[in-house]
Ligand binder design. Sequence first.
Ligand SMILES: Nc1ncnc2c1ncn2[C@@H]1O[C@H](COP(=O)(O)OP(=O)(O)OP(=O)(O)O)[C@@H](O)[C@H]1O
Ligand SMILES: Nc1nc(=O)c2ncn([C@H]3C[C@H](O)[C@@H](CO)O3)c2[nH]1
Length: 243
Amino acid sequence: MSRSDQIKSVSIEGNIAVGKSTFARLLQRAEQHWEVIAEPVSKWQNVDQTNQTEHHPQQSSSNLLQMMYHDPKRWSYTFQTFSCMSRMRTQLQPLPVRASGAVRVYERSVYSDRYIFALNMFELGCMNSTEWAVYQDWHSFLVEQFGRRIQLDGIIYLRASPQTCMERLGRRGRVEEQGIQLDYLEKLHTRHEDWLVDRKTRVHFEHLETVPVLVLDADVEFEKDPKAQDNLLTKVRHFFSAL
Ligand SMILES: Nc1ncnc2c1ncn2[C@@H]1O[C@H](COP(=O)(O)OP(=O)(O)OP(=O)(O)O)[C@@H](O)[C@H]1O
Ligand SMILES: Nc1nc(=O)c2ncn([C@H]3C[C@H](O)[C@@H](CO)O3)c2[nH]1
């Protein structure tokens, strides 16, 4: 298969509640050959636990997202291990045979796991330097092992002010996120800007240094505005056709 026939992999990146899922739904409706893959949040909210004792197998689940927000020092490393592993699974899922021009669009990626969230948790002191070193070591090892299968051909960055995200987060009302302060969203915003706009975050994978990034203004209220939606879709089509 020539490179131009290959299915392209693109991730949608952006701050919490900026509108990634909403935008992903728009893409899914727009073209049949764009396959959108949601962030596996429900897996983080329901971590299966089967405690297999000899005579009494017990089934229960825990909400790791809640635990991480409630006690980030205790749970950040565990959370990043689990979130990254679930993203790897998602990015490695076998592909159905598709027409040429097909694009797989992931909500976030193993790269934002590391260069946005895990790095931020380390800088906030919620992961210590040993946990951060261990995370980075297995992250690099696995990403290198999977090679082309886990690489991205492009990134769409939904960019909005932290104030807009705070307002949308409040409106959405996800229970686990009730304690999130503007300050946290500002830090995550800076991480996105460093990585995807100023390109000053040090990345450890060659393809990521030059991966094309489409920056879209996500302050725009496009949800109920067909003209704004068309405008965004035109930019996306252009971007995909050049990958
Ligand atoms: N462009 C927009 N204009 C106005 N409201 C929006 C827009 N995009 C999303 N919203 C609203 O903001 C809230 C958060 O959107 P959404 O769940 O899509 O965010 P997200 O980026 O996927 O969140 P997360 O980071 O948690 O995965 C929802 O209530 C949604 O209806
Ligand atoms: N700590 C941390 N690390 C991650 O890799 C990560 N990815 C997403 N999230 C949080 C943001 C939303 O609340 C919610 C859904 O996106 O989960 C994360 N939190």
